[in-house]
Design a protein around this ligand. Structure first.
Ligand code: 4AZ
Length: 249
């Protein structure tokens, strides 16, 4: 994350780190962020899995403040199945959403704790006011050209941009669809960056932290007057519920 501040996983216990195994190096590497939405279900961005969709190589880590440090609060899962959105468009990143089903033998995957807790999903039609203040989090890079991902989970504050300002003109001409939303900083240039994709944009609604966006793309990180672009989660509530209902744990 560009800007933001060091956080503790208890501040965003739905944050996941998704890793993939590289046989050449015989270890796992950070791939993307993710969001726990139910005991056995994690949302992420479809583009994360374009080249890495072998579920046997994926690993989901919950409950860690420090990306590479084992912790007594962590819960680690293999992935049973991965669905990238059927209409995901790798050119524009339209429908940039994926859902992962975690592996279990006992009917439960993630167990709730101070460090691990699913986020709330919004209702299908929920629209929050323009400039609502929301939070993003992740283990992504501190700047576009940093060499390493963040060692510690970070949290930043961004505001929801009005649709009229979420247009190609502010994002180097790239296509913006109705399945995307823009959010950007007002307090000190917080923005998502490489390695944060798939992670959460959450906003308070009726006193619940509610997942409004999945970190998707941007034109660099933390550039002045350029928002980050997020997958608009309210457009996918039926898609998510159908996957969960159709694939009981
Ligand atoms: C990325 O490459 C990425 N500033 C994600 C979000 C943003 C930029 C890049 C938004 O995953």
């Amino acid at each position: 994350m560009f800007g933001g501040r060091a956080s503790d996983i208890t501040e965003q216990p739905w944050q996941a780190a998704i890793n993939f195994y590289q046989p050449r190096h015989k270890r796992h590497f950070h791939l993307c962020g993710g969001v726990l939405i139910d005991s056995c279900w994690v949302l992420s961005a479809a583009h994360c899995f374009e080249d890495r969709n072998d579920v046997k190589k994926l690993q989901v880590i919950l409950g860690r403040t420090f990306r590479k440090q084992n912790s007594s609060s962590e819960q680690i899962f293999e992935v049973e199945k991965l669905w990238m959105h059927e209409k995901y468009d790798p050119e524009t990143y339209d429908n940039d959403i994926a859902i992962l089903k975690l592996k279990t033998d006992i009917g439960i995957c993630a167990v709730n704790s101070r460090e691990v807790l699913p986020v709330c999903l919004p209702e299908r039609g929920l629209v929050l006011p323009d400039w609502s203040e929301c939070e993003i989090s992740g283990y992504g890079k501190d700047a576009e050209f940093s060499h390493e991902y963040s060692e510690r989970v970070k949290r930043g504050f961004v505001r929801l941009w009005p649709k009229e300002r979420c247009v190609p003109e502010v994002l180097s001409g790239r296509t913006i669809t109705s399945n995307m939303l823009c959010a950007g900083d007002t307090r000190g240039l917080d923005d998502a960056c490489k390695g944060d994709s798939g992670g959460p944009l959450v906003c308070r609604n009726n006193d619940r932290m509610t997942l409004m966006g999945v970190i998707s793309w941007g034109d660099g990180c933390g550039q002045k007057d350029k928002p980050g672009v997020y997958t608009r989660v309210t457009n996918y509530i039926n898609w998510i519920n159908n996957k969960i209902k159709g694939n009981p744990v």
